[in-house]
Write a protein that binds this ligand. Sequence first.
Ligand code: ZN
Length: 150
Amino acid sequence: MRDTRRARDAWDIVRLVDDAAWHARQLTDPSPSLRYAGICPRCRSGVWIPETQLATTNHRCMECGHVEPLATITQAHELRLLTSGTMDTAANLCHLLRACGIHVKRNTITQWRKRKRITPVGKDDQGRPVYALADVLLLRRAVDREECHR
Ligand SMILES: [Zn+2]
């Protein structure tokens, strides 16, 4: 909760800085580790954000300057992942999700399977269980909600 408020304060400060300074800061940032968050809803160009950027901030598109809440961009991206029909092993799904800034441990998926919360859709040619990406995403969302209500 405190982090959310801090992010909002930080964004208010950033808004006080003019566009030129904002862009200059982005350009001089020493090669931050970026992650894919989704696409700009206006120009469809890819949105890459620093790992440390909180989901509660706004994103200014580097291509067209469109400003969109980052949460909207990542939610749209999650929806695309949900409907993509992607299926893979726990390890590969975790790797894919991590690249999108969604952290699910491979072990967590194994635990879900043991507790019968998730059912593999099949096995790969090495006999490893294969899961639907949508199942993992939906379960993760459900778990997030449970934790919020604790
Ligand atoms: Zn754009």
